[in-house]
Design a protein. Structure first.
Length: 66
């Protein structure tokens, strides 16, 4: 691959990390709202948080490959 094309190529894993950060954000907001409102924290909220961390890690691994 020519040097010019390599510099302009988008980095891998950025979209995956952004979706992961969104899931982490939503999961944490749900958990904090349940905690503040004295509601039960449901398993789905924890699954959303764990899925966000998983997607972020996958994106970070893909971004490290060159």
């Amino acid at each position: 691959m020519p040097e010019e094309a390599k510099e302009k190529a988008p980095k891998k894993g950025v979209k995956t990390k952004m979706i992961g950060v969104g899931f982490i954000f939503v999961g944490l907001l749900n958990i904090m709202l349940a905690w503040r409102g004295a509601f039960e924290v449901h398993n789905l909220q924890i699954v959303i948080l764990i899925a966000g961390v998983f997607l972020y890690v996958i994106g970070a691994i893909r971004g490290g490959e060159s």
